[in-house]
Design a protein around this ligand. Sequence first.
Ligand code: SF4
Length: 338
Amino acid sequence: MAKKHFVIPIFIPHSGCPFQCIFCDQQKITGVKKEPLPREIDKKITDYLSTIKDRARSVRIAFYGGSFTGLPVKTQVSFLKIAKKYLDSKEIIAVRVSTRPDYIDKKILFRLKRFGVSEIELGIQSFSDEVLSSSQRGYTCAQAISASILIRRHGFLLGHQLMIGLPGDSWAHIKETAKICVSLKPDMIRIYPTLVMENTYLSYMTDYKALSLQEAIEKSAYLINLFQSKKIRILRVGLHPPQDKSVIKSGPFHESFKFLVLSKIWENFLVNIKKDNRRKKIISLYSSFNDFDKIIGYKGKNKEIFDCPVKKVPWLCNGYIIINFDNGKTKVYRLKFY
Ligand code: SF4
């Protein structure tokens, strides 16, 4: 039986971070106002575990929202001891932390390893020094590369969090960032289009223009295609909706952002098929159950590409479509995305 995966998220909003990146308000994003106490973390994990009924399960604990390795060592250790207790009792299979690239060194990695941490996500955002500097990230591309190499060399799983649309960002920077990212072989990726949150530095910048929703979709689709082709797992695309959405002042926010990006990838794929078969008329198209909605697109947008019925069939694998042409021929196509 396939195992179900669960992540118990522990938010430590802005803790351990003396910086102020221009887009950041972790408290508003996570809805968590203060750093939890160790006993609160312990209780949260126990409570969460008690809600998981599946016997075939794999559970990990993840510390998000701040710079874990920037916390006072004593605090890190008190949090990690709790997580390790659940690792030792085999109730969880992994502990993940997220942090900044400049808060990684050998000593830090040894400590994390000692307490059973096996996965580290780095808030990279961009590998362009220009973008990093204009976002006041406080580290350089070279530091982000060194931290990534060090993490992999010490046997941790590596995650990269990327942001698109920061001040100074461009297609060229995104492509360069993606190229460097791929060369560092992260195991997992998160992609976030930049949103302007209330009372952040960014919200006061009159010369900043956020990406349009369409631009963010196109850029994210490019990144996903590339990372999937390199077998890098995509953990998230687009910000998890905050509890109070009114804190988002502008930017390409959409509740179904990932769906829109996946639909865009299908749209591009279908347009290319149509171009390659411009002399033929498509009379029917079959998809898997899972892909059907993405092929149809948001509000049926992709239906404009084909003037034919799209039917879902239960036996077709994800990523495959079957097309019948008016010359009597049938072709199977595969979107190399899965
Ligand atoms: S490093 Fe992370 S937590 Fe610190 S200000 Fe920047 S985004 Fe926020």
